[in-house]
Write a protein that binds this ligand. Structure first.
Ligand code: SF4
Length: 867
């Protein structure tokens, strides 16, 4: 059985005196056997400037203590060290380097939280807890991407049977995963890649419907952003503690949970500060404060032990223990918690100190009534009763709907007028006048702080910069009072409350529950938010390309290696939800590959496993089904692009996509099939009746193409016509369901094999140009597998791809199979690479054009050949 984990939360005395922490660690080293069986001190958590008051940074505390003692980790012994990471004083770049620093020190278990508002310094909060978790996920993914695809590293995961080697330590993530079934060791090339294990916070101790449900909504968003376990905020109300576990089970928030136990005593002022609201988010009622003041130390210890017993009994994996005076207190709490066991229920009287019910209004909000305890309870998402929209909401909706809904009503006129007056450039006196007027009006109406990247529409007309004391992208933090007021400024209601009410009134709670907003674009600060929106510069800007993400392709060595490991680990049948529990690093990599591509704006996640298991087609289908399920479970709603040269595989992939509907019971978005050809369309297109899909129509035929293996422009046009007519005429496809691909040949072989014959690139581009101009193809998309164009070039492949796409997009290309991490279509191509591509795009077969292309290739190779 897994031991119940204890995490000791320690802070230096007076902000910079680490001796109490040293003392705790020395006691641990000498007396660790006193920790009762069934419990394990897993690590030490180091808060970052709690209450916004400066103190030693967790990295400094770690280094100071690591320098003392026998091994490289000094007094830390076999304990994991968990720094709190917050965005309160650091911007996104500073946080990135701080995390890199932690990783370099071996501190990879982090608690990613919003953090307390600085007591006197300027707040930052460019990233809130969700943004931080995304950053951690990104760093984890980058580490995988950078790691060499080398043979498996020999590494044994510490477990009770395999204790850490002297000087080594166990990470909390490994302890929570427990020993792997069937194997005590991870001999995996992926498990040796350093990965952060991110804990996130959640508070069930909120007593308004809006505050509580926003907490739970945000917990789900944190899970999506990469949280691997949750740590509860502190609170003294066992019904609320139970509620969280129940909600997590019902909402299938599948992650380990650690409770939070604060040892309230008279030895420090914490109880009084919490009672006075000076530790936002930590509520101690008058009754609890009075009880703590009149009790003796034994009773304080009994309450803490009872809370530990409660969390253990409710199914938590451990607890974070704060307010500990010393190691001895930890031991005594654990011993007593073991004795209390399930008997905590008879001691609720010392645990339950909810706030007093409000004088008016609906009373304290609990998600489940006591009468339903143990019985059936409402299924999340919880649906509050409908509310009328307020005047403010109606006014905002009217203005936004009529003037600022891109492409609709008066928005094109707004854009046209702004363009006519030269406002698009974002400079000049007229622009400054417009911007000043906009900022003044929005400051009055919305407490706007002129960030230039306006999220008013997503937040139902509430500015989370001006109307939140921390200016969070995704409120709430955990600081709201029981009445739903801001814990940092009780003169105002927490902004998450009216946002929730407005979403409920608009019937958009599901959207609120699922949508995590990105950080604001820092470069837009103090520019016109309206013009940034109208001219596609803010977060709402679309992608100029429909990106079909290409990295889940078994011909890519890293992807293939991960799949091989997953097969070896026997996880190819694993349902998408089993990833966390499996503890498989290779599976974790594949999931992060799916998620990061989706986050990067992929419209489809391409999967191709044709290179695997070529001698066992049935098993290959099984692998494809596994991937399709994995994408369905982890792609944040982005559909799959099923990519195969085999019609049977395509059929199997389609069936897998529709098997059981999407996770969460919602209908699946239509997948893309890559590809349908004239000679496979009669078999594939009728499948639309059973499995609605879109497809890439590849312009090839069974007949032998020209001498050079490619078709002429007229032949390509004819192939396109056959596919589009069959799809729209006989099988009910809309033009927008079709992506025509005129095929890409590498520039490196784009030399004529027949006199006067245009080059491949010329033919591909010219086909797009002509089809785009043909009314019969109105609404049809044009796509290319563009990576093929740069195959075998000696360098600058990303730049050449960017230039190739830029030229093709000028002709009408609107989709491409690409590496979505390169931002194609958003950044301008280098002029010299545009000229290089042009040499091939203009190769119409004339001797001068051929010579020009050959010369361009020679120059390019000379300049870019690796020395
Ligand atoms: S307004 Fe709400 S989310 Fe913002 S700081 Fe206050 S309690 Fe936190």
């Amino acid at each position: 059985m897994k031991p119940f984990l204890l995490l000791a939360e320690l802070v230096p005395a007076q902000g910079d005196d680490v001796r109490p922490i040293e003392c705790f660690l020395r006691d641990y080293a000498g007396r660790k056997s006193e920790i009762p069986s069934g419990f394990r001190l897993a690590g030490v958590a180091l808060p970052q400037n709690p209450r916004g008051i400066p103190m030693l940074d967790p990295a400094d505390i770690f280094s100071i203590i690591a320098a003392k003692g026998p091994s490289g980790r000094g007094l830390w012994d076999d304990l994991d060290v968990v720094p709190h990471v917050t965005g309160k004083e650091q911007n996104a770049e500073a946080l990135r380097s701080a995390l890199m620093g932690f990783r370099a020190m071996g501190l990879t278990t982090v608690l990613a939280i919003t953090g307390d508002k600085p007591a006197s310094g300027k707040r930052v909060f460019e990233l809130d807890s969700i943004g931080l978790l995304e950053l951690v996920s990104e760093l984890n993914f980058d580490a995988f991407q950078r790691a060499p695809v080398s043979p498996p590293a020999k590494r044994t995961v510490p477990s009770p049977e395999h204790p850490p080697a002297p000087g080594g330590f166990s990470r909390i993530g490994e302890m929570l995963a427990g020993p792997r079934p069937g194997s005590a060791s991870f001999a995996s090339r992926f498990s040796s890649v350093p990965q952060f294990f991110a804990l996130a916070a959640v508070s069930p101790f909120k007593y308004t419907e809006a505050s509580l449900l926003q907490q739970y909504f945000k917990a789900a968003k944190k899970l999506q952003a990469g949280a691997q376990a949750f740590l509860l905020q502190m609170g003294w109300d066992s019904r609320k503690s139970e509620e969280l576990f129940r909600y997590f089970r019902q909402a299938r928030l599948d992650a380990p949970v650690l409770g939070n136990v604060y040892y309230l005593s008279n030895a420090n002022p914490a109880a009084r500060l919490m009672n006075e609201g000076r530790m936002p988010g930590c509520f101690v009622s008058d009754e609890l404060l009075a009880a703590v003041r009149r009790e003796k130390a034994e009773a304080h210890l009994e309450r803490a032990a009872c809370q530990v017993a409660m969390y253990r009994d409710l199914g938590a994996d451990g607890v974070d223990l704060g307010g500990l005076p010393d190691f001895d207190a930890l031991v005594r709490i654990a011993v007593r918690a073991g004795e209390i066991g399930p008997g905590w229920r008879q001691r609720r009287i010392i645990l339950d100190y909810p706030p007093p019910p409000p004088a008016s209004g609906p009373g304290l909000f609990y998600l489940y009534g006591p009468e339903t305890e143990g019985g059936s309870a409402p299924r999340p998402p919880f649906r509050p009763s409908p509310r009328p929209r307020t005047f403010r909401q109606r006014r905002f909706d009217f203005l936004h709907r009529n003037f600022l809904t891109k492409g609709k009503r008066l928005c094109p006129a707004v854009a046209g007028t702004a363009r006519a007056f030269g406002l698009e450039k974002g400079e000049g006196s007229l622009y400054r006048w417009f911007h000043g007027a906009e900022a003044a009006a929005k400051a009055v109406l919305f407490a706007c702080e002129d960030c230039g990247d306006c999220f008013l529409p997503e937040n139902f007309g509430y500015c989370t910069l001006g109307e939140c004391a921390k200016g969070l992208p995704n409120p709430p933090c955990g600081d709201a009072t029981p009445e739903g007021r801001c814990g940092n400024d009780e003169t105002r209601v927490c902004v998450a409350e009216p946002i929730f009410q407005a979403a409920a009134a608009a019937g958009k709670l599901d959207g609120l529950a699922e949508t995590a907003l990105p950080p604001r674009i820092a470069a837009l600060e103090h520019t016109s938010g309206v013009l940034n929106y109208v001219f596609d510069r803010d977060h709402a800007r679309g992608f100029p390309l429909i990106q079909i993400a290409e990295l889940l392709h078994a011909s890519i060595p890293r992807t293939a290696a991960a799949v091989q490991e997953v097969i070896k680990e026997g996880l190819i049948d694993a349902p998408p939800g089993a990833v966390r529990a499996s503890g498989s690093a290779a599976l974790g990599y594949l999931v992060s590959l799916i998620r990061r591509q989706a986050k990067q704006g992929a419209a489809y996640i391409d999967v191709n496993v044709d290179a695997l298991s070529e001698d066992d087609p049935e098993f290959r289908k099984e692998i494809l089904r596994f991937f399709v399920r994995l994408i369905r479970g982890h792609s944040l709603g982005v559909p799959v692009c099923i990519d195969s040269g085999s019609t049977e595989m395509l059929e199997a992939g389609l069936a897998a996509w529709y098997e059981g509907g999407r996770e969460g019971g919602r209908p699946s978005a239509a997948p893309l099939v890559n590809s349908v050809k004239t000679y496979t369309m009669e078999r594939l297109l009728p499948l639309r009746a059973r499995f609605p899909f879109k497809f890439i129509g590849l312009l090839v035929d069974e007949k032998t193409a020209g001498l050079d293996g490619a078709y002429g422009v007229e032949e390509l046009q004819a192939l396109a016509r056959r596919i589009v007519r069959a799809a729209t005429g006989s099988h009910g496809f809309a033009p927008g369901d079709i992506f025509l691909d005129s095929t890409v040949f590498p520039l490196s072989i784009d030399v004529p094999m027949e006199a006067a014959k245009p080059g491949y690139t010329f033919r591909a581009f010219e086909t797009i140009r002509r089809l785009k101009a043909d009314p019969e193809f109105r609404g049809v998309h044009f796509s290319l597998g563009v990576t093929n164009a740069v195959r075998d070039l000696p360098g600058r492949r990303t730049g050449v791809t960017r230039a190739y796409l830029a030229r093709a997009m000028e002709l009408g290309l609107d989709a491409a199979i690409v590496n979505v991490f390169h931002g194609y279509g958003r950044r301008p191509p280098a002029p010299d690479l545009l000229a290089f591509v042009d040499a091939f795009a203009r190769q119409d077969g004339s001797p001068e054009a051929v010579e020009n292309a050959l010369q361009a290739m020679m120059d390019f190779c000379r300049a870019n050949r690796k020395k």
